[in-house]
Design a protein around this ligand. Sequence first.
Ligand code: DGL
Length: 223
Amino acid sequence: MRTAADFPMNKKEKPIGIFDSGIGGLTVLKEIFRELPFENTVYLGDTARVPYGIRSPETVTRYSFENARFLISEDIKLLVIACNTASSVSLDAIRRSVPVPVLGVIKPGARAAVSCSKNKKIGVIGTEATIKSSSYTRAIKEVDGDVEVFSLACPLFVPLVEEGWSEGRIAEMIAETYLNNIRDKCVDTLVLGCTHYPLLKNVITKVMSETVTLIDSAVETAG
Ligand code: DGL
């Protein structure tokens, strides 16, 4: 397998800029490193203002513009909005106002979910702001209007991960309580619509069963 060491940094090449509300977007950066080890990157984690998921669309959009402006000042050639919440509420506005191409995580995750699902029942979990925006439901329905989408906000998942409690009884009890509802809908695919959720994969799989495919938007965006 190729690693970054096989591709000496080309200082002349402009970097890809990536931002998230905090460190969760490092899951996206890691996948970009894996897929594109020869690219230069600049990562901005807005740890001073995390979490975004409980804030209004106006506030998240304002933060996203500030992050985008900072990365543009770093002379990036492409902007990746790794944060699902920011992608959900501000992608179009950012796209209209920056001079570089902008990628979000919602469409790649939605496309992957539709191509994985056999029974056309897809679950989506994310922050309150992401779920309220219906961004995943819209994106999934754009790909296939026959799919049934069951979405659920899981607000305690982010603090759980931040606390380092991604495994164990507390995580399992919280996941069980949230996911019961979605499990009862017999979804065969579940979109992890938040940068923190891949870190809860083991617990989520235990609750949902191994037969449910988990879609990691970070992996799909980098690919
Ligand atoms: N980065 C956010 C997301 O993917 C999760 C953390 C937050 O609420 O800021 O939605």
